[in-house]
Ligand binder design. Structure first.
Ligand code: UFG
Length: 335
């Protein structure tokens, strides 16, 4: 049985991926410092799968602790989620982002080199494309100058990994996520945003739950059919499954290059107003919202061309926007 280390394994995408890994028969070890996650998630994962993953509360910035961990565990592959992800916070505190997202990546890659661990999956983002010139976005679209320190950590992260792959035994896949939403069908795990949500779906569900008064729609003057911005919203369980497909590709050695990137989305773009309407319809409720100014740094439209992931990973998003929004609301109601 392969042992997979999942950093940030108690977070939103990490926890769903741990469930899929265990369902696929992998032995999972989680490292998570609970910065943006809760200890209860470990019990929830255990309830879903019937298997308790090993867990270590290690801050990956602590190089000595990281070193001690790798000295005492045999690891076959790593899925590296642990990172900070708030765009606005990264603008205010760039050094925190470079330490959390880049320094820790370097420490892990150093351990992988020392211990000859071959397989690495990295959480990247469609943010690397900025506003792409062509839609849908293929992996060949140029990487644009980053709009925020957060976005820059994803670009630099990919570069560090690619160069390490050329210089060592390392094989890696960067998955460029589009917009992950939704919750596990058991409603035992889901997104737990810290404070006021920055992302659309948790803001919508908290508004519907009465925690927020009103949703602000950031701009209705974009050059799109209804004027609101378009994104590719992917169910987190579909996204989790893409990690298993990527990991298996590396373990089987059927990767075509030592470093590969794949877009992980549904291929379908939805506007903010379409998301609101779909949420209202599927959950049979009314959402208060108002149109406000555009949010600084937002792009007009992004949705994935997933041809490469479909073909090479044998993976395809299966769940609809309706299913994702329904699960997000069920999850919110449970909170
Ligand atoms: N939006 C609103 N109101 C809100 C929140 C969001 O109208 O209260 C709109 C945004 O303007 C955008 C869309 O809903 O048009 C989606 O916004 P999110 O914040 O949910 O997602 P983003 O596409 O802006 O952000 C995602 C990831 C980031 C990443 C970014 C880069 O969450 O990690 O893509 O493209 F950096």
């Amino acid at each position: 049985m392969n042992t997979i280390l999942v950093t940030g394994g108690l977070g939103f995408i990490g926890s769903h991926t741990v469930v899929e890994l265990q369902n696929a028969g992998y032995h999972v070890i989680i490292i998570d410092n609970l910065y943006n996650s809760k200890m209860e998630v470990l019990d929830q994962i255990t309830e879903i799968t019937g298997i308790k993953p090993s867990y270590f509360n290690i801050d990956l910035r602590n190089k000595e602790e990281v070193h001690a961990f790798f000295n005492s565990h045999q690891i076959d592959g790593i899925i590296h989620f642990a990172a900070s992800k708030a765009v606005g916070e990264s603008v205010k505190n760039p050094l925190l982002y470079y330490e959390n997202n880049i320094a820790t990546l370097v420490y892990i890659l150093q351990e992988m080199k020392t211990h000859q661990i071959p397989n690495f999956i990295f959480s990247s983002s469609c943010t690397v494309y900025g506003q792409a010139d062509e839609l849908p976005i293929t992996e060949n679209a140029p990487v644009k100058p980053a709009e925020s320190p957060y976005g820059n950590t994803k670009q630099i992260g990919e570069e560090i990994i690619e160069q390490s792959c050329h210089a060592t035994h390392l094989k890696a896949i960067a998955l460029r996520y589009f917009n992950p939403i939704g919750a596990h069908e058991s409603v035992k795990i889901g997104e737990l945003p810290l404070g006021v949500p920055q992302n659309l779906i948790p803001y919508i569900t908290q508004t519907a739950a009465g925690i927020r008064k009103e949703l602000s729609v950031f701009g209705d003057d974009y050059p799109t059919p209804d004027g609101t911005a378009i994104r590719d919203y992917i169910h987190v369980v579909d996204l989790a499954k893409a990690h298993i497909a990527a990991l298996e590709r590396l373990i089987k050695g059927i990767n075509k290059k030592e470093f590969e990137v794949f877009n992980i989305g549904t291929g379908k773009g939805s506007s903010v107003l379409e998301v609101i309407k779909t949420f209202e319809k599927i959950n049979q409720l009314h959402l208060s919202y108002k149109i406000v100014e555009r949010r600084k740094g937002d792009i007009t439209a992004a949705y994935a061309d997933t041809t490469l992931a479909n073909k090479e990973l044998g993976w395809k998003a299966e769940k609809t926007l309706e299913e994702a929004l329904h699960s997000a609301w069920r999850w919110q109601q449970k909170q």
